[in-house]
Write a protein that binds this ligand. Sequence first.
Ligand SMILES: [Zn+2]
Length: 278
Amino acid sequence: VPELPEVETVRRGLDAEVVGRKVISVDVTGMRTVRRYGPEALVAGLEGRVIDSTARRGKYLLLSLDGEDYLVIHLRMSGQLLLVHDPSLPLALHTHVRVGLDDGRELRFVDPRTFGEVFVSGGIGDNGLPVELGRVGVDPLVDDLTGKSLAAMLAGRRSFLKVALLDQHLIAGIGNIYGDEILFRAKVRPDRRSGTVTSREAGRIARETTTVLTEAVGAGGSTLNDARYTNLMGEWGSFQHQHAVYGREGKPCARCGRPIKRVRLGGRSSFYCEHCQV
Ligand SMILES: [Zn+2]
């Protein structure tokens, strides 16, 4: 599942490759992908528009269109955005939207599980972001996530710490992989109750959040064996080789050598070291 580093890697690819390009055709075949406003709205909102700039908020990709609207893309479980140099190349299975550009290339949205979305925003809210994003939380690489602000978010919460870190209304962009890696580096267990996190621990978690996500962006994100995530050119990320705990149940902890544990929190697996994390 793409998280902040994977989405940021795709954004950087779009920034380098499609900014300044005009959309000349839009072809929709996957109705679930455009479920929010329908296929006609996507075609009408996108055709003839110039992509001015790119942005990202949490796991949302934003492409500014002629400085007025945003094309919003959310990859969700299995969405993938590919830039194809030759539109006559065969379509990958589960290709739902094709966007033809004025340089002859084509953007393709591929999504086997169809939870992903592509739409032109219905308006911009007070925060300058598309209204559909609602109250999206602090983005650790766009905004300033401090120990103090994190401590304030966690104070009084009964939820597991890992579940709070994945709450997109608090912090936008962290998912199951990076949540585990951040907490390992911060030396705090994922099954702690959020409200018990001290200000010192919150400081470490905030710092490691920025560090881990920045390192992962530098590595082009994480591609697991299902290969559901690639960059715009179809290439894998490499941060999976640096995972210290995620997916490593029973393997030795890199710090202390004891076996990594797995626990289910909020319906999902979390990995941690019970010796190194308190
Ligand atoms: Zn350990």
